[in-house]
Design a protein. Sequence first.
Lengths: 449, 628
Amino acid sequence: MSSLMNSKLSRRTVLRGLGVSLALPWLEATSSVAKAAAVTSGPTRMAFIFVPNGVVMNNWMPKTEGYGFQLTRTLEPLAPVKDDLLVLSGLTHDKGRANGDGAGDHARSASVFLTGAQPRKTDGEHIRSGISVDQLAAKAVGQKTRFSSLELGVDPGKMAGNCDSGYSCAYSSNISWSGEANPVGKEVNPRLVFERLFAGGKPSEADKSQQQREALQKSVLDFIADDAKRLQSKLGRNDNRKLDEYLTGVREVERRIGTKTAKPVDIDVEYAIPDGIPGDYQDHMRMMCDLMVLAFQTDSTRIATMMFANAGDNKNYRKIGVPEGHHDLSHHGENPEKLEKLSKINHFQIQQLSYLLQKMKSIREGDRTLLDNSMVVYGSGLSDGNRHNHDNLPILLAGSGGGTIETGRHLRYDLETPVCNLFMSMLDRMGVDAPFIGDSTGRLSGLSV
Amino acid sequence: MLGFTNSFGLALAVSVAFMSTSMHSIAQEGSRDEIAMLAQKTITKYCYDCHTGANPEGGIRVDFLATGTELGDHIELVDKIILVLKDQQMPPADSEQPEGADRVQAIEWIEQRLRKFDCGSASRPGRVTMRRLNRTEYNNTVRDLTGLDLKLANDFPSDDVGNGFDNIGDVLSLPPILMEKYLASAKQIADEVIKNVDATKKVFPTEPADILDEVIEVTRSNVMHFASRAFRRPLDADETQRLSKLMRAAWEANATKEEIMQTIITVVLASPHFIYRIEDDDPKDFVDGIRPLNDFELASRLSYFLWSSMPDDRLFQLAGEEKLHTADQLNAEVDRMLADPKSRALVENFAGQWLQLRDLDALSPDPIKFATFDAKLRRSMRQETELLFNSILKENRSILELLSADYTYLDERLARHYDIGGISGDEFRRVDLQGKRRGMLMHGSILLLTSNPTRTSPVKRGKWVLENLLAEPPPPPPPNVPELGAEGETLGTLRQQMEQHRTNPNCAVCHVKMDAVGFGLENFDAIGAWRESDGRERIDPSGILPGGRNFNGPLDLVQILVEDKKTEFTRCVTLKMLTYALGRGLGVADRCSVSSIVNKLAEENYRFGILIKSIVTSPPFTHQESGR
């Protein structure tokens, strides 16, 4: 682990140490982190993790179904949490397919991953996908926590050029969409995630009354919201769509100030302040996982997404003996050497997932664990990177959603069963009433027995 | 995107048609009639069944397509047709499909006719969607507004890229996390300004006397001055009044003078009028859905194009006097602005994205195969290309020199990499290339950018040239292409393997274009160092370009590009730069503006300054269309 992990401080010390650099007194959402929900069982959380370029399915899919299935070589790192997860085979994202739109499977594999919606093929004008499952849940239950949702990633979006065959890079580097034209950008810097989550913990200054400062901050928000509303009538359709994003943002900040009454957290979390993006890829991934766990643990949010890499990512994994680019390799042409290297990458990513799940399992919440109270989906929007197929996707579901899911099994579904049916089943468990999402046709059967 | 193409593509289409007889035919030009006949046959056979007659499929009738009719009347439709043909969306997957070569030929025939379309005065300027400041623009704008170079946007989430650039209004979204950052940054900037005497003076230039009335008056005028600069236009009465009211409310709530200032600065910097570049869409201003931009809007378009930042005092002054919008004045301002060091932004942001130099940082060649490569060399590579671009821009030289320059800019590290002696130290200087290399295609940056971590990729190199230098992106491969090696053993050099791949005419139709260019550059390894052999195999850098020109080695190849492809290259640079200047993807209606800029450049020795001046005086830049 990198040196920045060495100094372990209690979170309280950390928050004191953050000092003035983070001070945003008129925006201070709360005097401390919200207390984890008082109920002993803990609230239900949902998280989604995306990996690009598909996986080598032969080394992924267990041979047998039901209880007691054998972990395959790619899934082997999950042994410590095997009884806490489901391997879901046979699920499909039909809207990831071309359906008349030609090439661009990588861009579609990310944009469809949580939306189940056919993205409009455009490099700029009128981007459109659909609302994603996490954002749908965030709109419905997000107001219960300070952050309605958290969007994390490891790699920033591409800086120039084209991402995939006429699809804007917005499709490749986001999986969360708050509306059909609104990708929700992700945070890749652990320091910034930490500051965002916990900056509110700074003790309030004594010289001014809290009330007065609040009045000023409220007047700022009122003023800029008013600016935006006055603008609406002066603008056309597309401009107004942009302005809606602005107004949504203002409302979200207002809401957070409104939830400031939460009591100070009374659990001690040992965690050092991250000081930026670690040079090592694995350190970076694990740190983002840590932050997701911290956010869940402190009930700062109950909904999170994470991109382990962007769609079509071509980075090398030299540290595990793969000097070639991931995307280049994924066009393996059944070459055994390439398949071997791809499997190594798949295995490495599963190791990071296992790290996350084990960490969640180690956190007790009443008579359960954080993992028990969660539903963590892990997978890719492509099955075989060589064929670019969007059926029989590699999908895992970890955690029992508060004891409502019977884990420890490999379930095989009829081909063409929409991934969105899984999302519907998850939304039910989050207490979200949605008529459908994407191309869902119902609920996924057999999650509970 | 526009479907421009040219005789290169045309010759290719012909060559493919004859490919089966002998490789020699690549070098032969078919007669125009013959091409037309074959293309018409394809179109009639595959499109007419559904898309003619009284009840055409989807209401789309294409029976004008295979006749000699002027396409201008159907320009929007033709653009869509080209797109669905290129993407293989049509004919539908369950219908009979044309051979790849026939498809390409038909597309190129249509495009060729489209180019002949006479523009007249029909072109519309298009609507640019309201643009959020991207990270660079935000940083620069704050710097120029306050004098403080805080770079707070470096911690904002990255801006998504569309049409190759990160300043495209339609793609720049504003998720809630960014709103938080805007608010936090606005507050932080306010704090910094108040702490810093010089910044305070820049933001609030007038010093009040001690009399209370005057303090109020001066404060008010300071605030309005600041807000107006931040919004990049004069305030309207309503805004003035609301800001005054806010100040008053804060004052009545016992806020100190600093707190009032802080609140104002925060409000202004978090306002949509600061965060977005807004061009009003009020129906009463438009005639036939079009209006000329006002001088303040033009000032912002100019300054964000050339400086990635807000207008300076002079631009504001010219705008205030309504003197900016004449062609003469715009041209004069371009000269002045390019001479300003702030025009460095055009190099970093335009060239950095057009040529994808920004992506260099994310690349890491295999350290075992390329032991000499390190971060310093990578930086030097990027700098070389930026310096060449910058010198051609600043010295108003021909844009063709980007391809053909027999000089470059090197420091010791890069000179060693190129095997050029006599350069010592970290300082870059202009160096005569002594015939070893020419132009940016032989820069380490581009060669590295178009390679895989462990080896060169002639296909990537060729594709990069087609996409970024000739604006002829090859269509994506048809679905279910057999992989290299899938049909029997492939042996021999990379080149021999690729040639095997190309025996399939459906692959050859595009690969013959890409690969020829790529193989011409094979003497440069994956980090751009010169090599005579690849492993045990000697490099053969010769080839035949579609159209029949033979070349032997990279210098030859570049010479042919500059001689035969200058129109295509010029059009490509124009397309890219106009996209960047406008912040939107180009459409079929921009075709005429682009053509007239390209023609102008040809008349004026392809000078860089002419390109920029032609853009800033073009209708899409000076006018706006209603988006209602």
